[in-house]
Design a protein around this ligand. Structure first.
Ligand code: 13P
Length: 350
């Protein structure tokens, strides 16, 4: 095992740390608007909007033209590559709308899930081949962080060792390539919520997922201070019969992180995931920030559904509803900003 390796140049380290400092500024988190064309289609279909490029553009325009006060609570936005090069009705590039609001643009760079052959219906993510070239272009075009998502399915037989090592390794390769291009890697190992498993089972799985991930990051000499983590909260499966309180979720989540995520990692920004409504995502984040355990990282949000759902339901593709939808987006951003400080009073923002 080689102990002769290089950390990134000091200027790169400094640049990555500065980007992260802005992203995890107190009371702020990320708006995840990087749903793939297929996934955003599912969200749009739920409110009977056709999945066309123009409708996707209009929806993202609504998000990115919200009142600039949104940047009190939103420090970064993750975009799907298609969205990066779209423009508002008046011709302003989306990237510029974000920059004008002091919101740092980021991009999803994995090109999606593919079957992990030889496993029991598990997956890995692809997109490494031309990643370095794409990152260089995205950096030039204004993106300062990039996301890569891998998923883990809990069942009697999964996640397998094969899935744990493969996904950890692909995430580590992604991270080192990004850092080389002066882009902060935002690592998303998502343990899915499908199933009847209880909280303890999710905790054990998430501990294994993260332990494998940080071993792989070490093996690839990734500069941890220049990374961010986007994990699931530790929650029971969606079909579990047992009810757990936000305090149970907080205890299990922070315990899992303490056992696996080095304190050198500056920030953990949770995904909201399937099965949590917007209010639950805020209440759980607040509980995570108030639980009586050590917390050597900033713990905040990188939410998709938990920021967008009610705004999308109000919008319904109708331009008359844009302002009202944007107000709802702002409210969820505010609630989550407070929750990231442990200051959200449940039910206070509806
Ligand atoms: P959710 O918060 O809706 O889970 O989305 C976050 C995300 O980026 C999923 O990849």
């Amino acid at each position: 095992m080689s102990t002769y390796f290089e950390y990134p140049d000091p200027e790169i380290q400094e640049e990555l740390k500065n980007i992260i400092k802005a992203i995890i500024a107190p009371g702020k988190g990320i708006l995840a608007a990087d749903e793939s064309t297929k996934t955003v289609g599912i969200r749009l279909a739920a409110v009977e909007i056709e999945n066309t490029e123009e409708n996707r553009r209009k929806w993202r325009q609504l998000l990115f033209t919200a009142d600039p006060v949104i940047s009190d609570n939103i420090s970064g936005a993750i975009l799907y590559p298609e969205t990066l090069y779209q423009k508002a009705d008046d011709g302003t590039p989306f990237i510029k709308l974000l920059e004008d609001r002091g919101i740092i643009p980021g991009v999803k760079v994995d090109t999606g899930l593919v079957p992990l052959f030889g496993s029991d219906d598990e997956h890995t993510a692809q997109g490494l081949d031309d990643l370095s070239k794409r990152c260089a272009k995205y950096k030039k075009d204004g993106c300062h962080f990039a996301k890569w998502r891998c998923v883990y399915r809990i069942s009697e037989t999964t996640p397998s060792y094969q899935a744990l090592i493969e996904n950890a390794n692909v995430l580590a390769r992604f991270a080192s390539i990004c850092q080389n291009e002066r882009i902060v890697p935002f690592l998303e190992p998502e343990v899915l919520t499908d199933g009847e498993h209880d909280l303890v089972r999710t905790q054990k799985v998430t501990e294994q997922v993260l332990a494998h991930l940080y071993k792989a990051l070490s093996d690839h000499h990734v500069y941890l201070e220049g990374t961010l983590l986007k994990p699931n909260m530790v929650m029971a499966g969606r079909s579990c019969k047992i009810q757990y309180s936000p305090q149970d979720v907080a205890q299990a989540t922070v315990t899992t992180l303490l056992r696996t995520v080095p304190p050198a990692v500056p920030g953990v920004l949770f995904l909201s995931g399937a099965g949590q409504n917007e209010e639950q995502a805020s209440v759980n984040l607040n509980a995570i920030n108030t639980v009586d355990l050590k917390k050597p990282w900033t713990l905040t949000f990188s939410y998709g559904r938990a920021l967008q759902s009610s705004a999308l339901r109000i919008w319904k593709g109708n331009s008359d509803n844009v302002t009202r939808a944007q107000e709802l987006l702002l409210k969820r951003a505010k609630a989550n900003g407070l929750a990231s400080l442990g200051k959200y009073v449940p039910g206070s923002i509806v």
